[in-house]
Design a protein around this ligand. Sequence first.
Ligand SMILES: [Zn+2]
Length: 110
Amino acid sequence: MPRDEATINAEMAKLQAKYHEESGTFTAAKAKSYGDGLKSLRAEISDLISEGAEPCPACKNKPHGMLKTPATDKAPAKYEVGCLNCPGGRRAQGWSRSEAVAAWNKLPKA
Ligand SMILES: [Zn+2]
């Protein structure tokens, strides 16, 4: 069973806090281990958000899922599913994960 967003986000926040705490005393190996840890948590959350999304029709890549947090807290965050591989950025948004995935799957294929 996949972990939920809150669990993954909490783990990411913990790792980032630790990173900042220790950033003055980094060895290259330690910096890499933090980088790898964050990368894998970001991939996990992307997989969760883009679950059910069809591959990009242009390049067949698996689309990336993310929660877009607006610059001001006046606007609510939106989910986005998009292709990071295609220039021009084919993407779709929704208020929920499933809305964003449905919008992505409904994009014109050409
Ligand atoms: Zn693509």
